[in-house]
Structures are given as structure tokens and as C-alpha cells.
Design a protein around this ligand. Structure first.
Ligand code: AMP
Length: 394
């Protein structure tokens, strides 16, 4: 009997590459997953099977591994664990698809070149996303690769939702709102579409609240507006990112503090958000455990910004039928959900404390005018699903 093939997914960030391998059949189960973290600092590979049992662990010296070498290490591990089972395709998370890539795309040399041209739009992420694609194309050029974009889900937004008040020339060159976390939103909407189709067609605000955080307004299953814009630093306050900031602050920092682009980037992306406001941690769990007033203030600002932006997206939607919580904080922190819901009482949202505490799928009361839900997200499984579809169609 021929051996069943599988689909491998890679999700590369600035210092880590997550990977997951699934059976190739439709909605095939996870075989194993893991990540190489600490790339460039203290590389550490860990992999577990679907039950969470460790199947591999390896460490390297600081600086011994870049993204290419980390991909080679993952391929090596895959060969060992799969013991001859073929990988039919690799699926990748690619943060930026620009305006051209509105759907998952099979990668060839031309596509790779076009994606590399988008690096200036996402210099912190796009090169890391492309590195594993290049490494795999070199190592196993016969295996198809599929790029799945974080921006693609938002290409359905009306033109006005994608524009800044900038001169047309800059809009034409690509300085516009793109929106991110699209694979997460797509996964959540796909789940809702299967389990609760009427809800999936209604006016929803989906809150992806993790270390990165954004909201997306969805109508008829399609993105109408989102809090992230040209980059993933816009919108909500996050673990270490500012979220929306008066652009005048940047001018002030340049003139008063002589900060250059590099220093400002570090401030906006790595020193701000929950970490910057609390001075303690970017991690919600650590802040919840802290008794410091600064920790409470950071959480209060995180929640306040979410509530304000929900108001903005409610206006873009012309009303709200449901709110969905997802990602690390949205799925696991009942207090954040309750505090956000309390700020949304004016919308007609009433939370059931017990359902919220237990983390049930529906956390609003039965009589609440706006329903509230917890839907766990899974970007890797969305990439696997898309990768199967693209290779089946090509
Ligand atoms: P993510 O980026 O989706 O992995 O989410 C990471 C964030 O989720 C961090 O701020 C974590 O502290 C937070 N998180 C995970 N589990 C919990 C929990 N049980 N309670 C509060 N926050 C949590």
C-alpha cells in the first residue's frame, strides 16, 4: 500500500519558525508540530506530537542558526519523524501580499520575486517569511510550495476603508491600509461558517487578542474594516507595540530626542504596549498576577483601546450582531473578556459571568442583543487547508 502523504506548514517570525505537519487528506489530523525559537540568540528546537508528547529537542550555540539553517534543521527533523512518508506540499505564512495577492498562491520564481519586492512594506517580517521558502526551494525543488497571506482576507474591504488621507501618488505606490492577522480571521470565519452559518453571515467584530492584537469587522463572512493598517503596529495596544499613535509624536521624537527610524522602530514595536506602560512585562498572565498599580494601568489601557476601536468598527459595520474573542488573551483570560464586554454594554452586550468564567463557546446571556463567543484560532491549520486546496487545483 502506498504511504499516505502529508502537508507541512511553516510560520516564520523574526526570531522563530513554527512548523506543523498534517495528514494530506481533507482536514487531515496533525501529526506533529513545534518550533525553532531564539534564532540568532540561543536557537532551540522543540517538537511534540498531537497529544503534546515531546518527539524532538535540540539546542545550538548562539548565532549558529539563521532562518535558512533553521529551515534545514526542520527539514532534517521531518525526514526523521516521517520515516519515508512523502511531503506533498509546503504551506507558508507570508505576512504581506500587497494588493496583488488576494488569495493563497503557488510559489514559483516569479511569485518569489514579486513577494521580495514587497519587503519595503514589511521589512521586519517579509524577509523572514521568504527565507524558509528559499531554503526549501533549494533543498527539495520538486515539492510544491504555497504562500498564504496575512493581508489577503482584507482585500474585500471597500476602497475607503483601505485609504489614508494622503496625496494620491503615495496611495498609488502602496501606502494604504492592508490589515493583518487575516489567516486567523479566515480560520475563525471558516469555523463559524461550518458550525453557525447564520452567525457567520451577520455583522461581527472579531478580536484577535494575543501578543499581537487587532480587531476585524466582518459582514457576510468578509472583512469590511480592521484596526491594523499599513503595518501591524496600528490599531490596538499590544504586548510590546504601541498601536495607533498620533503621527505628531513621531515628529516630536525626531526633533526633540533626535531619534532616527531605527530607534523609533524599536520604540514602536518592542518597547511599548503592555510592556512599556507597565514597565513590568508584555505578558498578560504576568500582569494579571502582579499587584503593581502600573500593571493594572497597562491592562486598563489595553481594554480601553479595544472598547474604543470596537465602537469605531461598529460604526463601519452599521451595527453589531456578535463579538468573537480569540488568540492567547481572548481565548484564555476571562477577566479581559469581561472588562471588554462591560465597556460594550451600550451596544446591548450582556455577558453571562459563569459561561465566561468556564470559557464556553457562547459567553453572552441568552437575552443579550449582541452575542459574544470564544473561538480558538489556528493559523497553521488554515494554511494547511489552503495548501491542500491550491495543490489540488493545480
Ligand atoms: P498569543 O500571541 O496568541 O500566543 O497570546 C499570547 C498572550 O496570551 C500573552 O500575553 C499571554 O500572557 C496571554 N495568555 C495566555 N494564556 C493566558 C491566560 N490563561 N490568562 C491570561 N493571559 C493569557
Amino acid at each position: 500500500m502506498p504511504q499516505q502523504g502529508c502537508i507541512a506548514v511553516l510560520n516564520a517570525g523574526s526570531s522563530s519558525i513554527k512548523f506543523a505537519v498534517y495528514e494530506a487528506e481533507r482536514d487531515g489530523p496533525l501529526l506533529f508540530h513545534g518550533q525553532v525559537e531564539g534564532i540568532g540568540v540561543a536557537p532551540h528546537l522543540k517538537a511534540t506530537d498531537a497529544d503534546g508528547k515531546s518527539v524532538a529537542e535540540q539546542r545550538w550555540d548562539a548565532g549558529a542558526l539563521d532562518h535558512h539553517a533553521a529551515t534545514d534543521a526542520i527539514l532534517e527533523l521531518g525526514r526523521k519523524l516521517l520515516a519515508g512518508r512523502p511531503v506533498l506540499a509546503f504551506g507558508h505564512r507570508v505576512v504581506h501580499g500587497g494588493t496583488a495577492f488576494a488569495a493563497p498562491t503557488r510559489v514559483d520564481a516569479g511569485v518569489l520575486k514579486a513577494l521580495a519586492e514587497l519587503v519595503p512594506l514589511a521589512p521586519l517580517h517579509q524577509p523572514h517569511n521568504l527565507a524558509p521558502i528559499e531554503a526549501i526551494a533549494r533543498a527539495v525543488p520538486h515539492i510544491p510550495q504555497v504562500a498564504c497571506f496575512d493581508t489577503a482576507f482584507h482585500r474585500s474591504q471597500p476602497a475607503l476603508a483601505q485609504e489614508f488621507g494622503l496625496p494620491r501618488k503615495l496611495t498609488a505606490e502602496g501606502v494604504r491600509r492592508y490589515g493583518f492577522h487575516g489567516l486567523s480571521y479566515d480560520f475563525i470565519l471558516t469555523q463559524l461558517g461550518e458550525a453557525m452559518p447564520a452567525l457567520a453571515r451577520s455583522r461581527l467584530i472579531v478580536a484577535h487578542l494575543g501578543n499581537g492584537a487587532s480587531l476585524c469587522a466582518v459582514r457576510d463572512g468578509k472583512s469590511v474594516a480592521s484596526t491594523m493598517g499599513f503595518t501591524a503596529v496600528d490599531g490596538l495596544m499590544m504586548g510590546t507595540r504601541t498601536g495607533a499613535l498620533d503621527p505628531g509624536v513621531l515628529l516630536y521624537l525626531m526633533e526633540r530626542h533626535g531619534m532616527d527610524a531605527h530607534a523609533i522602530e524599536d520604540l514602536l514595536y518592542r518597547q511599548s504596549g503592555l510592556l512599556g506602560v507597565s514597565g513590568i512585562s508584555s505578558d498578560m498572565r504576568a500582569l494579571r498576577q502582579s499587584s503593581a498599580a502600573e500593571a493594572r494601568e497597562a491592562i486598563a489601557l489595553f481594554v480601553y483601546r479595544i472598547v474604543r476601536e470596537i465602537g469605531s468598527l461598529a460604526a463601519a459595520l452599521g451595527g453589531v450582531d456578535g463579538i468573537v474573542f480569540s488568540a492567547g488573551i481572548g481565548e484564555n483570560d476571562p477577566r479581559t473578556r469581561a472588562e471588554v464586554a462591560a465597556g460594550c454594554r451600550w451596544l446591548g452586550l450582556e455577558i453571562d459571568e459563569e459561561r465566561n468564567r468556564r470559557g464556553e463557546t457562547r459567553i453572552s446571556t441568552d437575552r443579550s442583543a449582541v452575542s459574544a463567543w470564544i473561538i480558538p484560532t489556528d493559523e497553521e491549520s488554515m494554511i494547511a487547508r489552503y495548501t491542500r486546496q491550491v495543490i489540488a487545483g493545480s
